[in-house]
Design a protein around this ligand. Structure first.
Ligand code: C3B
Length: 821
């Protein structure tokens, strides 16, 4: 008997019924007495009901049509909150708001109940989240795979201006968005040793034996696209102890011992490593990587075997696998192990399948971020995988490398998958390039540097495998959700199609000359600044004027991103205001948001320095409203959504050649925040799009940086040559700001004694000059607003829909598969 369909309509009344039903039957609460959190959960579940059908439909259609699917493997997904995004994308925002309103509830107030899903560190994790949104929006068959971390990125607090970390128990109370899929549980092996066996035909086979087993339980999160019925899923693996885990010990009565082992097994998915762009080389991290990769590959292979009776050579025509940086690169030897050891394929056939299946995105050139695993650790955790890597390496060096550069041992050393100097290490980047058919950088400049520098020898060998795919952001979350007022103004002015075709934003261009449009645009900005001013007051206890220029630097704290260069300018301005109280300087609020990796000493020293300077400046009556400095604690996606629409100026000031792309730069420009930036990462392309008259570019170029370093860079030369700079550094490192001159010596030493590795001093004057230009421009509000509008109008290129369609076309060869009602 088919059950009567439940009412999953999109009308206000249907939604009202669903919410009440969930309150009563799922949560066991009375409408009259339910808590705010109950209302939030019930609302999420009502929406989830409406998208699950489409998730099932999407999966079924993808399976039945036999299309190729992309599997995005990423150790990080920085999803943020889901309710508002899902409401706006599915077109249910207004009816849900009305339904709740009739029951005396304010939807916007409920949205704040949702904890951020912060399963990532920074740009790389947020990019993965934007890509998931775009994949569903443009109807591509896709699955995201990752780890179901119990604790996401730490919560940050400042105590006396210093960062203190707290655990982020984002799912302590469960999450209405995730659904357990126990029937797809996987078992993963670790440790053990390898033995040679012979199969029935007398062929040698390697067998991985005496291993420890770990279970992976998948949790699915539906991903709702904008104005599309495709609902893909994000599948996150939770580590569990094997049922039989130490059963022996258990039987012998050592109940507590057996449970201790269970707890150890479950640590694998406990916590996200809080490092951004650096690797720690910890065993647990390697185990995490292998755990989620092995679960995901087993899941992909299961689907291939269940769905088709095709030869293995057809595997790549059904499954594309994208490696988000090298973190999941162990997937390459894992697929080889499956094909050769378990399925009995000949090596060369298996290798061809691997290369056709995998593609790799590189996200950084920083040498310290290039993952290398010590051979001894790798051998202990994954003995069979190490053998496979050695074999891949030998065939490669004796094959393609020898053919191209006969007898050239220097080339072999540079291309080898094994680093031999200073101990033996597996180079995950080289493995990723070699095991893939495509390697891409994330902005034009970054890709050029990959080809010219990091992977120059690979590029010489396989030029066709390299391509650029400039990053993008989802315009739904980063405009529609975070700035609905601007989104509505744009729609009213040029129609709604820009939401699916961002290039149409160019139609706003002529409106920059319309004073009435400018006034409305400016009012929206000011309204957001009022909201942010309230947040600043609540969080930092600092009163700021919404008429000041809001100057924003929000991103991970890292020396290469140069928050300390920003600080040098702030302290320079502070001094100028004291020296020259009548100078015509437009009031400015410097706003920071950044987390530092807990073990990154200098980054923490910089946070402390900014907070110490803020405390002085904000309380100095001689400064008044001219200058305020605030460091908002616990920067995260949901806070970014409040800062970005309120920003006037976007700080993108990394040393040229260091920031692979940046994506915050795109979000801010889209919301009409003008960029002050170096010619680094995607800033280069932002300048091309918005026009050099609508951006403030300063500093050394990549070539100039290289030249300066070759000449021999000495920060002391700049220190002695520039009195303002000298005074600024001396002041910061005096006892003026904290009463203790020792406090910021680490910062001073890094800038002077340790050679200023990120060239802050070299770029200082150029930056200060650019900031003066910003000040002058801001005084002409008409001009400034015009420039801001032109930024919004001209950054359509940076929609992640464009990026994802390029991946689909150039890397994955994926069809768009629209899903019906
Ligand atoms: C980041 C890079 O630092 C950014 O320039 C880039 O925009 C994003 O990735 C997305 O491509 N990145 C990161 O957040 N974490 C890493 N481990 C490496 C790069």
């Amino acid at each position: 008997m088919t059950p009567a369909p439940c009412d999953l309509g999109n009308s206000k009344d249907s939604l009202k019924n669903s919410i009440i039903n969930h309150l009563r039957f799922t949560l066991g609460a009375y409408v009259e007495s339910a808590s705010k959190n109950d209302w939030w959960v019930a609302t999420c579940l009502a929406i989830r009901d409406r998208v699950m059908d489409h998730a099932t439909k999407s999966r079924t259609l993808h399976r039945q049509s036999g299309v190729r699917r992309v599997h995005y493997l990423s150790l990080e997904y920085l999803m943020g909150r889901l309710l508002e995004n899902n409401l706006r994308n599915s077109g249910l925002y207004e009816s849900t708001k009305a339904a709740l309103g009739e029951m005396g509830k304010d939807l916007d107030a409920l949205l704040d109940c949702e904890p951020d899903m912060g399963l990532g560190n920074g740009g790389l994790g947020r990019l993965a989240a934007c890509f998931m949104d775009s994949l569903s929006t443009v109807n591509l068959p896709a699955i995201g795979y990752g780890i179901h971390y119990e604790f996401g990125l730490f919560r940050q607090e400042f105590v006396n201006g210093k960062q203190v970390e707290h655990p982020d128990a984002w799912m302590r109370d469960g999450s209405p968005w995730k659904i357990a899929r126990p029937s797809y549980r996987q078992t993963v092996q670790l440790y053990g040793r390898v033995v040679q066996k012979f199969d029935d035909c007398g062929h040698p086979r390697s067998e991985w034996v005496e291993t420890k087993a770990l279970l992976g339980l998948p949790w699915d999160i539906p991903i709702v696209g904008y104005d599309s019925h495709t609902v893909n899923v994000l599948r996150l693996w939770q580590a569990q102890a094997d049922e039989d885990f130490n059963f022996q010990v258990f039987n012998e009565g050592s109940y507590v011992e057996a449970l201790r082992d269970k707890a150890i097994a479950e640590t694998v998915s406990k916590v996200l490593y809080p490092n951004d762009s650096t690797e720690s080389g910890k065993e647990l991290r390697l185990v995490q990587q292998y755990f989620f990769v092995a679960c995901s590959l087993a899941d992909i292979v299961r689907r291939f075997k269940v769905g088709y009776t095709l030869p293995w050579s057809e595997f790549p025509s059904k499954a594309a696998i994208q490696l988000n940086d090298t973190h999941p690169a162990v997937a390459i030897p894992e697929l080889m192990r499956i094909l050769v050891d378990l399925e009995g394929l000949p090596w060369n056939e298996a290798w061809k399948i691997c290369q056709e299946t995998f593609a790799y995105t590189n996200h950084t050139l920083l040498p310290e971020a290039l993952e290398m695993w010590s051979v001894s650790l790798f051998e202990r955790v994954l003995p069979r995988h190490l053998q496979i890597i050695y074999q891949i390496n030998q065939l490669f060096l004796e094959g393609d490398v020898e053919a191209k550069w006969p007898g050239d041992s220097e080339k072999k050393r540079s291309l080898s998958l094994i680093e031999e100097r200073g101990g033996k290490y597996v180079r995950m980047a080289n493995l990723s390039v070699l095991g893939s058919h495509a390697t891409n950088g994330v902005a034009a400049l970054h890709t050029r540097l990959l080809c010219e520098r990091l992977f120059a020898d690979f590029y010489a060998l396989y030029p066709d495998r390299f391509l650029n795919l400039t990053n993008g952001i989802t315009f739904r979350r980063w405009l529609d959700v975070c700035n609905p007022q601007l989104s509505a103004l744009i729609t009213e002015t040029i129609g709604e199609s820009w939401k699916k075709n961002a290039d149409l934003l160019r139609n706003l261009d002529p409106h920059a000359d319309d004073p009435a449009f400018r006034a409305r645009y400016a009012k929206i900005k000011r309204d957001h600044k009022v909201v942010l001013a309230k947040i600043i007051e609540d969080e930092c206890g600092v009163t700021v004027s919404p008429d000041a220029l809001f100057d924003v630097q929000i991103k991970r704290l890292h020396e290469y991103k140069r928050q300390h260069l920003n600080l040098l300018n702030i302290v320079t301005l502070y001094r100028e205001i004291l020296d020259n109280p009548n100078a015509d300087f437009h009031p400015r609020v410097f706003i920071f948001g950044a987390k530092a990796a807990p073990g990154y000493f200098l980054a923490k020293n910089i946070i402390h320095a900014i907070n110490a300077v803020a405390a002085k400046v904000n309380n100095d009556p001689r400064v008044g409203d001219k200058l305020k400095v605030v460091f908002l604690p616990n920067y995260r996606v949901s806070l970014a959504e409040k800062i970005i629409p309120a920003s006037d100026l976007s700080e993108q000031i990394s040393t040229a050649g260091k920031e692979a792309s940046g994506t915050g730069n795109m979000k801010l420009a889209l919301n009409g925040s003008l960029t002050i930036g170096t010619l680094d990462g995607a800033n280069v392309e932002i300048e091309e799009e918005v026009g050099s008259e609508n951006i403030f570019i300063f500093g050394l170029t990549v070539e100039e940086v290289t030249e300066l370093r070759a000449k021999g860079y000495n920060p002391w030369d700049y220190y002695w040559a520039n009195e303002k700079l000298r005074n600024t550094i001396d002041w910061i490192s005096s006892d003026y700001f904290t009463g203790n001159a020792e406090e910021f010596q680490p910062l001073r030493r890094s800038l002077l004694d340790h050679g200023d590795p990120y060239l802050c001093l070299a770029d200082y004057q150029s930056y200060v000059d650019a900031q003066a230009k910003v000040d002058a421009t801001y005084k002409d509000q008409d001009k400034w607003v015009k420039m801001a509008i032109l930024n919004t109008a001209r950054v359509g290129k940076f929609s992640s829909d464009r990026t994802i369609l390029q991946y689909a076309e150039k890397v994955w060869n994926l069809p768009q598969v629209p899903i019906g009602e």
